[in-house]
Design a protein around this ligand. Sequence first.
Ligand SMILES: Cc1ncc(C[n+]2csc(CCOP(=O)(O)OP(=O)(O)O)c2C)c(N)n1
Ligand SMILES: CC(=O)[C@@H](O)[C@H](O)COP(=O)(O)O
Ligand SMILES: [Mg+2]
Length: 640
Amino acid sequence: MSLLESITGPGDLKRLDAAQLSRLAEEIREFLVQAVSRTGGHLGPNLGAVELTIALHRVFDSPHDKILFDTGHQAYVHKMLTGRHDFELLRQRGGLSGYPSRAESEHDIIENSHASTALSYADGFAKAFQLRGEDDRAVVAVVGDGALTGGMCWEALNNIAAGVDRPVIVVVNDNGRSYSPTIGGLASHLADLRVTQGYENALDLIKKTVPRAPVVGNVAYEALHGIKKGLKDVLQPQAMFEDLGMKYVGPIDGHDEDAVERALRRARGFGRPVIVHCITTKGRGYAPAENDTEDCMHGGGAFDPATGKFVTGKGGPDWTKVFGEEMVAIGRERRDVVGITAAMLYPVGLAPFAEAFPDRIFDVGIAEQHAVTSATGLAMGGLHPVVALYATFLNRAFDQVLMDAALHRQPVTFALDRSGVTGSDGASHNGMWDLSILQLVPGMRIAVPRDGARLRELLRECVAVSDGPTAIRYPKGPAAADVEAVGKAGGMDVLARHDGSNGARVLLVAAGSMATPAVEAAELIAAQGIGVTVVDPRWVKPLDPALLDLAREHTLVAVAEDNGRTGAVGDAVARLLRDAGVDAPLRTFGIPQEFLDHASRGQILTDIGLTPQALARDVTESVARITADADEPAASKERS
Ligand SMILES: Cc1ncc(C[n+]2csc(CCOP(=O)(O)OP(=O)(O)O)c2C)c(N)n1
Ligand SMILES: CC(=O)[C@@H](O)[C@H](O)COP(=O)(O)O
Ligand SMILES: [Mg+2]
């Protein structure tokens, strides 16, 4: 039996000696590479957190003490040390979640994968333990240097530091990267801090693409990184944190398990808020990850463990690639168009734009709220910013969209990738909220492309709008094959028309990626003798008034969308019809308003009925009920 197999819980760690701990770290790394090579996942972040996590579980007594992981993508080692060794179905139905999961273990606390939240949880836990008189319970939050660029961290630190008698231990896992290097206007300065060829390659890449990165957490970042090489002219980090009222321990070699343990024990002994600053390497111990200048194998699919080469290619989903290509084409024609990313230059597809227009790209760090309001400032300054985010991460910037971009009617375009069901990253990553929350925003226009060709068209229409914000949203995965229109209805594309034989006709309104399944469903419905018209609205806010005339001509209106059902396109169509006095029967199909467990996008779409077969079945049954109801009076008259 390997050492790792003998670890059934944190208690087993405490009996290991230095040599065994070193061997355990090696076994964990080997396990991570082999397991994640089969399933895909966050290899880089977890390779960088091996010794750190071992030390945490040797010094603290989880779950009595609380060990919180920010973002949670780096918690695979934590799972292994708390008795979970079966990674065969990682991030798949029936397998381990890719993030902490309260259903999996009492040792898991924060399930959502949205960054920069752990310190706030820690502040809350510390206050609760103090009020309950449970002063013997430690609260430890592990936060990455990337997550530390998120504003919530500083709101939390402001509160944690004020609780001098509430001993929160903040462990900064500082590997100098989010995906790309977490740079804050320090590109040239960073060149002094890191001499490894790998980092210089990355730096050259970044210097070419993001030369004017903003000053993101400048003082904190300079302190955290400058001290690394003992640069005397850099503000000592403890000065900044102690000004906040926190002790500072570090910098510690985050791969020296004994050193980390000693620092954690020392920090626990202070009995007050303290920062333990650990310097780690993302992808540590696996050369393909350490040398991956893009993102140190931050995430991605299955790969060949011998080479690190991704099986399905790491180019990212095609929707993202189409967006990136069109942004470059637009950028050549429109010098006023600029790009903004929140520490996800490559994942959102803006790297080609950055390469082509290095002075028109801004990486604000993991700071979506700032991204939106900064974009509003850019627009007020005469530019047209395109803010590219994952749809789910827009949630935290709702007020900035509403009260900054929209209230001031500024031409900001939001490009929302990973919209709809994403699946493998679990409930907090499904982009199922944007079509609902953006419906609330006065003056917001929302485009939902059905395929790559429409993404190109609608992105151009978005950046052509100059009197208010626009949003365009598209899913994760391969871009749908182009679906050509067979006609127009107002500004909407008619995608299919089938004559029926029994007099009933269904109007199928398909938003975005639902167009392809809707066209397939229409054929199944038509085979039942029911007439069908499939329309793609292209813009779902405001809706096209031509929908009203179409609705009047059909037995049933059915709306399909890859978003939560509440308050989204279906509800907007209902409001449009009711406000116009059109009482056509209406069915809405979308994602149930629930937190969905991790599984593949295809599995979830099947579960929730967003497939051609399910849509056809549900629509046909609805038509049968409507027809039966319509025949009821005649039947009862005949009986009487
Ligand atoms: C609010 C939010 N924005 C963006 C992301 C996407 N994201 C996941 S991990 C990551 C980088 C995190 O960097 P860091 O905190 O330094 O952790 P590391 O991976 O380096 O260990 C980002 C940007 C997210 N999870 N949450
Ligand atoms: C943890 C996080 O938020 C991201 O790393 C996410 O896992 C990326 O998912 P994609 O694979 O969709 O880029
Ligand atoms: Mg990092």
